[in-house]
Design a binder for this molecule. Sequence first.
Ligand code: GRF
Length: 213
Amino acid sequence: MKLAVLVSGRGSNLQALIDACKAEDFPAEIVLVLSNKVGAYGLERAREAGIATTVLNHKDYEDRESFDAAMSEQITAAGAELVCLAGFMRLLSDGFVRSWRDRLINIHPSLLPAYKGLHVHERVIEEGARFSGCTVHFVRPAMDEGPIISQAVVAVHPTDTPDDLAARILEQEHAIYPRAVKYIAEGRVRVSAERVLINEHTVPEGALSNPAS
Ligand code: GRF
């Protein structure tokens, strides 16, 4: 399966996908890394791996719709069948989300539907949550919403700073994102009534269990 990965920054999840794709039996390859930021370190990672890159500066476009249309064009031209958001810091228009429905996934550093949006780890700690984690989900028009493909749970330690917690969650992100892509590329994932079935199961082995446990 051909993937386009959209990044705005450091691209560590992109790197996890690049590394996973190197395995001979991994059923996907990255055909395009697209960024809205010229200096995104993710672009560097892509170049190093010999992957085609495109930068589209959203400031060059009149509105969100025309920027998203330009992205769609690039993604389609690259032949991508699945779009992976990996720290892409732009809200997407309804039109974009609709045209890539069930072919557009995101990773978010919380156990959705809890803690949508930004500054997740600060809020988790501030509110005294005992557990947090990360989620890979299909994208719907509302931010950080959509059918859940895979999650991992991470305990919050009493002494955690937001950075400590972010780092432990990031490790799990790097495990669950490639695995979710693998399941999709193997054709094992289906959305039914806005729930994800993997191998036709709602609680699939491996997809909801914690990779750390
Ligand atoms: C990750 O924490 C991801 O969950 C969130 O943005 C961050 C991106 O990090 N959506 P990176 O650019 O993949 O290192």
